[in-house]
Each structure stands twice: as C-alpha cells, then as structure tokens.
Write a protein that binds this ligand. Structure first.
Ligand code: CMP
Length: 139
C-alpha cells in the first residue's frame, strides 16, 4: 500500500448509535476516496491480533471486549497525506480533547469508546489494511 492510503474502522459504539452514514459523509467531505470497505465483526482472536501492539497496556482487555461487542465498518481511504490528514479529521483519542469539527468530537463518548480508528503511520496503515482486505478487495 502506498503512503497516500490509511486504514479506518468505524467502531461498535458509532455503528450502534446509527452514525455510519454521518461518519462516511465527513470522510467524503474531507476529500478521502474509499478504495475498500466492509461491514464486519471481529472475533476475539482478530481483535487481540489487530491490537497486539497494545497487549501490555492496562486497557487491552477492555479494548478487545469493546471491539468485539458489535459490528464495525473497516475501510481503506486514499488521499494525499492520508495518515496525517485522517488523524486530524478524527481528532484526539480522548474525545474530551478532540477539536471542534472532528469525528471524535461529534460522535465519540470516551477514550475507550471513541467512534473511529485511524492508522498512526504509513507502515501500520499497510499492515492494518492487509489485515482486513485481500488485494482483490481494494480498488
Ligand atoms: P485506537 O485509535 O483504535 O487505537 C488504540 C485504542 O485503544 C484507542 O483507539 C482507544 O480506543 C483505546 N485506548 C487508548 N487509551 C485507552 C484508555 N486509557 N482506556 C481505554 N481504551 C483506551
């Protein structure tokens, strides 16, 4: 995956609250092209593997349980400077610190249930995109 792509998940809290459409609209209006997308649910094994980098953190168990608690939307997004621009669009991990106009300011309720995921580097965007999508599912 090239550096103009990032990976996102709309998390179970935002799906349950009926915010898939609103969040996709914000993503589109910010100039991202969706090049892969699926509605799915993570198994416990999936969530533990996806978030393995956080396995030593005290919130790891809570994070995994939350991420398997419901359906998610996974997507690969394309735009110049995708990783950094998408992190600006989603806002701070803790919604109490998220700027006005960001997705987490609008739709996240807590640091754990924070509506969306966004890759933190080009390298992780490639790893995370490949975790969810086969090459033939990416357009
Ligand atoms: P995300 O961007 O998906 O990447 C790691 C996730 O861990 C993060 O969003 C939060 O949802 C979660 N997280 C980070 N810090 C905490 C915390 N202190 N308590 C609970 N969850 C957290």
């Amino acid at each position: 995956m090239s550096s103009n792509r990032t990976f996102t998940m709309i998390k179970p809290d935002a799906v349950n609250a009926g915010n898939i459409g609103n969040i996709l609209q914000m993503i589109n209006e910010a100039g991202f092209k969706i090049v892969a997308m699926k509605y799915t649910r993570l198994s416990k094994q999936d969530a533990q593997a996806f978030y393995a980098v956080h396995s030593a953190r005290p919130f790891f168990g809570e994070l995994v349980e939350f991420m398997i608690s419901g359906t998610i939307v996974a997507a690969i997004l394309e735009k110049d400077n995708a990783v950094a621009d998408f992190r600006t669009l989603i806002g701070a991990t803790n919604p109490a610190e998220a700027a006005e106009g960001t997705i987490r300011k609008a739709y996240a309720s807590s640091i754990g249930e924070n509506a969306v995921h966004g890759s933190d580097s080009d390298e992780n965007a490639a790893i995370e995109g490949a975790f969810h999508f086969a090459g033939r599912e990416i357009y």
